[in-house]
Ligand binder design. Structure first.
Ligand code: SAM
Length: 224
């Protein structure tokens, strides 16, 4: 039983059933979600709602993503266990934990230092293999560990895909998954790179907090 005395097992299983009903069918992804109790990533003020399939506030005006969407995005990355992965938008660390169970190497970038510190605290009880945490502008990628087999952007990008992310994607079938479009809603898009050729596939609409940075939305564009 967790330290706060609540047994969340039944709620977690019910959440997994909802994720399954919404298309998360990969047993490895479902197992990674099962091993990642979401209440560890939700602020105490909202812990009651940790197993409801909704995004929730985590501070700095940001959110922990909707769990079924986290599952769907992870599934779309088609991870086999060995990939070098870059995540942009650490947030609470919830998606980070799930990714780390399914890939070979993980680097995650967050623009708010306070969220990175909080994510480090949230992840501690899970004893996961090493993860590289970077505080900075993820729209510039992270060149030291490029090329990446997979890049996952967990914030809504403007209509032009950040060029550094395309440049840092492996030409050997690398996949970049990102929501991009307008401020109000985005299209979940997967771009696959073979050599210099890029192919995009769209997987439906979603709503994310904005990707803010040099190759993302500018802070001024978001005011008002
Ligand atoms: N996947 C996270 C989780 O499960 O908690 C939620 C991520 S939240 C929807 C999006 C995150 O992207 C926010 O924490 C936000 O601060 C971050 N973000 C936005 N623009 C960024 C940028 N240019 N570089 C790094 N992080 C950024």
């Amino acid at each position: 039983m967790p330290a706060d005395g609540t047994d969340y097992t039944a709620q977690l299983e019910s959440l997994l059933e909802q994720a399954h009903a919404k298309g998360v069918r990969d047993p490895r992804v479902l197992q990674a979600m099962r091993q990642t109790p979401r209440h560890l990533f939700v602020p105490e003020s909202h812990r009651l709602y940790a197993y409801i399939d909704h995004a929730l506030p985590i501070g700095e005006g940001q959110t922990i993503s909707q769990p079924s969407l986290v599952g769907q995005m992870t599934q779309l990355l088609e991870l086999t266990g060995n990939e070098n992965v870059l995540e942009i938008g650490t947030g609470s660390g919830y998606q980070t934990a799930i990714l780390r169970r399914l890939c070979g190497r993980l680097t995650t970038i967050e623009r708010f230092p306070r969220l990175t510190l909080q994510a480090l605290r949230n992840l501690q009880p899970l004893n996961l293999p090493p993860i590289t945490f970077v505080i900075g502008d993820g729209t510039c990628g992270f060149p030291p560990y490029a090329p990446y087999d997979r890049i996952l952007v967990t914030a809504g990008a403007p209509p032009k895909v950040p060029q550094p992310l395309l440049d840092q994607l492996s030409p050997d079938g690398g996949k970049l998954l990102l929501p991009f479009g307008s401020r109000q809603y985005q299209r979940l898009t997967r771009i696959t790179k073979h050599g210099t050729r890029l192919r995009a596939k769209i997987f439906g609409e979603c709503m994310f907090v904005p990707l803010v940075g040099k190759y993302g939305w500018k802070s001024e564009e978001l005011e008002g």
